[in-house]
Design a protein around this ligand. Structure first.
Ligand SMILES: C[S@@+](CC[C@H](N)C(=O)[O-])C[C@H]1O[C@@H](n2cnc3c(N)ncnc32)[C@H](O)[C@@H]1O
Length: 255
């Protein structure tokens, strides 16, 4: 049976195959160096609502809030510190869906400062069904960016595949910036094997975790927002009932 546990802040216990509600910048400190095979995350792009005073969290309680990108999009951490933490805990690959400015900074860090250890590629998710909004005035918004970096000499289960991933945008939308499950499964399969450990520290509705469960990967999920955490928890519990917990390998232990 899978354990879904909120962090006991006094004990600061961290378990594989659990999800946690809290700030990833605090929780990542509990993860030991080079312990994660794959980081697959979708950080707040910080683009929808740059005027922070406009984001009134209480205003979006309940149904309406689920569709408001302002909160899901609000960057709550320092990107430089975030990438240094990713670098410290990862021993394999990292996919970070992000905004344009963030992509530049991430590529710059991994391709210049950390070039000795990493290979980096800017990738694109091409939506095969872009939302037809404002189409009379400008091109539809049919792409999103993802920075992919990989430690040299680590696994890559693809060969000669394009950095443009074509997948439809999902219609379920339990979270305002929910990513398609099939896209995330494709990325997990491309960069991990069964029983590897996958981390999403900005999990939103838990797409990475559901994909990991379906593919027999171990996982850790973190989400700051209580409402999104509850949505992820419900979604993961539904999936967990259909799969069995993997025995942990030494490889996937988090100390
Ligand atoms: C772009 S959304 C992720 C959506 C997700 N990929 C999905 O499919 O549902 C980013 C998420 O990061 C969360 N977040 C923002 N700051 C965070 C932090 N410091 N720690 C953990 N989660 C955070 C937001 O609440 C939001 O749900």
């Amino acid at each position: 049976m899978k354990i879904i546990k909120k962090v006991d802040w006094s004990g600061l216990l961290f378990f594989v195959n659990t999800i946690h509600q809290g700030n990833c910048m605090n929780l990542m400190k509990q993860i030991s160096d080079k312990s994660i095979n794959l980081i697959l995350t979708d950080i707040p792009y910080d683009e929808v609502n740059n005027n922070k005073s406009c984001i009134n969290r209480s205003k979006y309680k309940g149904q309406l809030r689920k569709y408001h990108k302002g909160i899901a999009d609000e960057l709550t951490f320092d990107l430089d510190l975030f990438m240094k933490e990713c670098d410290r805990i990862c021993k394999g690959s990292i996919y970070i869906f992000c905004g344009l400015n963030q992509a530049g900074r991430l590529i710059d860090y991994f391709k210049t400062e950390r070039e000795k250890d990493y290979m980096a590629r800017l990738c694109i998710w091409k939506k095969t069904n872009p939302t037809p909004s404002n189409g009379q005035h400008l091109w539809l918004s049919g792409t999103e960016l993802c920075v992919f970096v990989k430690k040299r000499k680590t696994k890559f289960n693809q060969s000669c595949k394009s950095n443009v991933w074509e997948f439809p945008s999902g219609r379920s939308k339990v979270h305002p910036t929910e990513k398609p499950l099939e896209l995330f499964k494709h990325l997990i399969k491309s960069s991990t094997d069964e029983k590897d450990l996958v981390l999403d520290m900005c999990m939103g509705s838990g797409t990475t975790i559901v994909a990991s469960i379906e593919l027999n990967r171990n996982y850790i999920g973190i989400e700051l927002d209580k409402e999104y955490f509850e949505i992820a928890k419900k979604r993961i519990e539904e999936h967990s009932q259909q799969s069995t917990l993997l025995p942990l390998t030494e490889n996937s232990k988090v100390n």
